[in-house]
Write a protein that binds this ligand. Structure first.
Ligand SMILES: N[C@@H](CCC(=O)N[C@@H](CS)C(=O)NCC(=O)O)C(=O)O
Length: 206
């Protein structure tokens, strides 16, 4: 049995974690389905009934992990030799932007896609403030730094990068030179191409 079982749907946020599996060089088997045919009892694994979900078969234990950002960081932790964890000096930026992308940035993008409006007088109550504010924070970082944690690719880039890959592709994040250059940098990697090719083939076979 492989060390990890990966539950995914080809056209989904599962792509974010497949990229991480390939960056880490993880030994995984996949359970691919579509939303109409989720495996029986999938909610035992993820009560949210959402993908991605990962099970780590660890000795006598099966550890379940959900949430793409958490899965990706978990894979970096369980594969330290892959060199995807931040060093002492990169750690602050690594966690800052990983959590920022999974929280405020994603919420801001989804709020815009759903056309949810935050009344101006209540912007302070919304953790993401506004999409403009969240993007301007990221733009300022990515104008001065090549990657989420600083000057080198780390696992945070699989998640932060995915937000920008998808955002620019679907127009939910506006074009900006810093965002486009960042997407070009993070996608120019063999693990990204490998993972992307698997999901592209699954989508084609659809
Ligand atoms: N916060 C979750 C979001 C996961 C999520 O919403 N996945 C979608 C696919 S992109 C899903 O499984 N939707 C099916 C459903 O909710 O029924 C994560 O980052 O992993």
């Amino acid at each position: 049995m492989a060390e990890f079982t990966f539950y995914t749907v080809a056209m989904s946020r599962g792509q974010i974690s497949r990229w991480a599996l390939h960056e880490a060089g993880a030994d995984y088997e996949q359970v691919v389905f579509d939303f109409a045919t989720r495996p029986d009892h999938f909610t035992d694994i993820n009560p949210m009934n959402k993908v991605p979900a990962l099970v780590h078969h660890h000795g006598a234990h099966d550890h379940v992990i959900t949430e793409a950002a958490a899965i990706n960081h978990y894979l970096a932790e369980t594969h330290p030799d892959a060199g995807l964890l931040p060093d002492t000096h990169e750690k602050a930026a690594y966690f800052r932007w990983l959590f920022f992308a999974a929280g405020p940035l994603e919420q801001a993008v989804v709020a815009q896609a759903m056309d949810w409006k935050v009344p101006q007088e209540r912007v302070g109550m919304a953790g993401f403030g506004s999409l403009e504010l969240a993007l301007s924070a990221m733009e300022s970082w990515l104008s001065d730094n090549d990657f989420a944690a600083g000057s080198r690719f780390t696992m945070a880039d699989t998640y932060v990068g995915s937000q920008f890959i998808w955002g620019l592709r679907f127009g939910s994040i506006p074009e900006a030179p810093a965002f486009r250059a960042y997407v070009d940098r993070v996608t120019n990697r063999s693990a990204y191409s490998e993972a992307n090719a698997i999901d592209a083939k699954l989508i084609d076979e659809g």
